[in-house]
Design a protein around this ligand. Structure first.
Ligand code: PLP
Length: 375
């Protein structure tokens, strides 16, 4: 038997992942200087991270610290103790209930590794974040998709029926949801927690809405609830790969067994601690993004071929009416404005625009107007 035929069959059956182009490659292809691109396609923070994070990183590389440059030669703390302690203050949960990952993405995979044997069912509620289906595939799980209503609210009875029929082990909810921007009402989460499965509530964008919408405080009362968070969006640290979760005690004990010991790099740990030490700065930027979201929504509403959806997050999903959404994305790209297009059945007629700076709002609106009514 050829060696290539001996890999796990569920991996052999997966579709390859389409990587996004690095920004410098895209800029070269478009013939536009990288600094002139208006990057509104990945919900990144236009204000970047706190200056304290860049300073902390620079300090690591100097010879002034107690270990000098050797600090980088030494493995990082597998227990993530300092960061979990700092996060405990930020989330208001015991450090024993918190585990950090190289992005929330790593924790999605880790949770599925804990629960899923090949063939086990996982439920997601599209349109939603793509990593739930991606990691279900990687783990040999069977994805059961329960589509949302036309207003993007959850179809609760359909989720309950699917859970029963498939004996699903994990349900992913996202609040606020990406790419639709709406919150999942806490009473709906409470109802779904009665199902005999793990409910993962992904709060990647919770900082952009009313903090009382978070259910992280419920974890101590529900043994089947896990809450995921990330530094990628609100703290401007997507490139450093930093996420964390709040997990029930029984579950975190199991997760510790399977986490790669050195999953967080020293650089990631260092910038996360520095970010949590500069909350006023970061919260001011979040407030600017939230204010700009209202202005962007209003301006997008004036574009004849768009129907923007109100959002509790740092992006706005727009239905493209009377013209091709993919063509529109490409027309914007040609003038250096990057927005997200999804080639999926539920989102074929939509684009998602991240909330940027006021100047970026003006640029995307001008570009949209410039595309006229063509194609
Ligand atoms: C961006 C995003 C994440 C990914 O977070 P990382 O920490 O960058 O891996 C997780 N969930 C949702 C819904 C997201 O949109």
């Amino acid at each position: 038997m050829p060696i290539a035929d001996r890999i796990r069959p569920e991996i052999a059956d997966l579709e390859p992942y389409t990587p996004i182009l690095p920004l410098d490659v895209l800029a070269a292809r478009l013939g536009i200087p990288i600094g002139q691109l208006v990057k509104l396609d990945a919900n990144e923070n236009p204000y970047g991270p706190s200056p304290k994070t860049t300073q902390a990183l620079a300090n690591l590389a100097t010879i002034d610290g107690p270990l000098g440059r050797l600090s980088m030669a030494i493995y990082p703390d597998p227990n993530q103790s300092r960061l979990r302690e700092a996060l405990s203050g930020y989330v208001g949960q015991h450090a024993e209930r918190i585990l950090c990952g190289a992005g929330a993405d790593e924790l999605i995979d880790l949770v599925l590794r804990l629960f899923i044997s090949p063939g086990d069912a996982v439920i997601d509620c599209p349109p939603t974040f793509g990593m739930y289906s991606f990691d279900t595939g990687v783990n040999g799980g069977r994805l059961i998709s329960v589509p949302r209503h036309a207003d993007f609210s959850l179809d609760i009875p359909a989720i309950e029926a699917a859970a029963e029929a498939s004996q699903a082990k994990v349900l992913f909810l996202t609040s606020p949801n990406n790419p639709t921007g709406n919150l999942t009402p806490p009473n709906e989460i409470a109802r779904l927690l009665r199902l005999p499965l793990l409910v993962v509530v992904d709060e990647a964008y919770i900082e952009f809405t009313d903090p009382s919408a978070s259910v992280s405080g419920w974890v101590e009362r529900h043994e089947n609830l896990a809450v995921l968070r990330t530094f990628s969006k609100w703290a401007g640290l997507a490139g450093m790969r930093l996420g964390y979760g709040v997990f029930p005690d029984w579950m975190i004990a199991q997760l510790w067994k399977i986490k790669q010991p050195y999953n967080l790099s020293l650089g990631a740990e260092t910038v996360a601690i520095a970010a949590l030490d500069d909350l006023a700065y970061l919260r001011a930027n979040v407030a600017r993004i939230v204010a700009e979201r209202a202005r962007l929504l209003e301006r997008l509403g004036e574009i004849a071929f768009l129907t923007p959806h109100p959002s509790q997050s740092n992006f706005i999903l727009c239905r493209v009416v009377g013209r091709d959404a993919r063509e529109l994305k490409l027309a914007l790209e040609r003038v250096g404005v990057l927005v997200r297009y999804y080639n999926t059945p539920l989102l074929r007629d939509y684009i998602r625009i991240s909330v940027g700076t006021p100047a970026q709002t003006d640029a995307v609106i001008a570009a949209l107007q410039g595309t006229g009514d063509r194609g």
